[in-house]
Design a protein around this ligand. Structure first.
Ligand code: SF4
Length: 369
């Protein structure tokens, strides 16, 4: 497929089909798509949030979560308004679900300058679904690469093949964010997605393209914690992406419109962890649980403890040479090594062009990622 220079197709009668995500909204003249930020203006799709940032923050890369990519580094995290999903428990609903196109201006060059000024090694697109602002993200990523920074999407994976082509060569790492193990009934009822097919296709396409892929799975108690759905997902990841794909089981907390369920019990996560390991996944982590033994990395060959974490912070790094286990010599698939001094835990505010209000009010301050 030739790399597209735009994410829409003209249709008869002045309509357009948006191709930025797997919804493929058809937009009559003057209307906006499901995400509310892409509009048919004169027979073209216009991204209303281009260069308008609704949330921005400095984070440890472990918060994305990326456990096997550039550990111990910090990233500039940013997001815009709108989303192509309707998660009923969204932690960032104030920017993702309000039907307002807000945000403070930030050019790609300003984003890179902020990242460099705050000692970041990369830029992450997160808080809302990045594919809906792919044109802006691509320009920021190109500027980031020119400056030697890495790039990362935290994405629900509901991308179109056209968007994957549009972004080809720009992404270094992705965290694909499944919910409820991608079980179709859960996706339809709680996030308004038709099914998991596009998510699986996206993760496999990205892996084939050489992008570093980690998979997360948000476990919602009672309605999204089915062990057989988790088993099926683990089998699929082992078969299609490989057993060394990092896999994160995330604890859910009530928010937005789902306030009637408790946080995911830790024993539930531990049982699912055992299933994922039993199906052959070698690096399975628990997330949003603070310090927990399953937040560490263990050698899949000899079970030695090789990387210790406390929440989002690295506490010890025992790998030697080219990230090999000090006990048995097994090569551990982690890209990069931590800097000489590890990051402090937790997000940090930022200062700089175009973000004073965002820095003060960002809903991302209380978000998981
Ligand atoms: S990005 Fe997705 S939800 Fe938004 S207009 Fe395009 S197809 Fe629709």
């Amino acid at each position: 497929m030739a790399m597209p220079d735009r994410l829409f197709e003209p249709l008869p009668g002045g309509k357009v089909r948006c191709t930025a995500c797997a919804r493929y909204c058809v937009l009559p003249p003057g209307t906006r798509g499901f995400c509310f930020v892409r509009q048919n203006v004169g027979g073209r799709v216009e991204l209303l949030t281009y260069g308008r940032v609704a949330a921005i923050q400095i984070d440890p890369v472990e918060k994305k979560p990326l456990a096997h990519y550039r550990p111990g580094t910090r990233v500039l995290s940013l997001g815009t308004a709108g989303c192509n999903w309707r998660c009923q428990y969204c932690q960032n609903w104030e920017i993702s679900q309000k039907r307002e196109v807000g945000g403070d201006p930030l050019t790609p060059e300003q984003a890179v300058r902020l990242a460099l000024d705050h000692g970041c090694s990369g830029i992450t697109f997160t808080y809302n679904e990045p594919t809906i602002f792919a044109e802006y993200a691509r320009d920021v990523m190109r500027a980031a690469h020119r400056a030697g920074l890495f790039t990362n999407f935290v994405t629900n994976g509901y991308l179109s093949p056209e968007a994957l082509e549009f972004l080809r060569g720009e992404l270094d790492a992705v965290s694909i964010d499944l919910k409820g193990s991608g079980e179709p009934g859960f996706l339809r009822k709680y996030v308004a997605a038709k099914g998991p097919g596009p998510i699986f296709e996206s993760m496999e396409t990205l892996r084939r393209a050489g992008v570093h892929v980690e998979v997360t799975n948000l476990i919602v108690p009672r309605v999204g914690d089915d062990p057989e759905a988790l088993r099926s997902l683990a089998q699929r990841i082992v078969g299609r992406l490989g057993p060394q794909t990092p896999f994160h089981l995330l604890r859910w907390h009530p928010d937005y419109r789902m306030l009637d369920l408790p946080p995911t019990p830790i024993p539930t996560l531990e049982r699912l962890h055992a299933i994922a390991r039993g199906e052959g996944l070698e690096f399975v982590y628990l997330g949003n649980v603070g310090s927990h033994p399953f937040g560490h990395t263990y050698c899949p060959s000899c079970n030695a403890l090789i990387v210790e974490r406390a929440g989002f912070a690295l506490r010890s790094w025992k790998l030697i040479r080219s990230n090999e286990c000090p006990s048995c010599g097994e090569r551990i698939p982690i890209v990069g090594r931590p800097p000489d001094h590890y990051l402090p835990t937790g997000p940090q505010p930022i200062t700089g062009p175009g973000n004073a209000a965002v820095g003060a009010n960002s809903p991302a301050r209380r978000s998981g990622r």
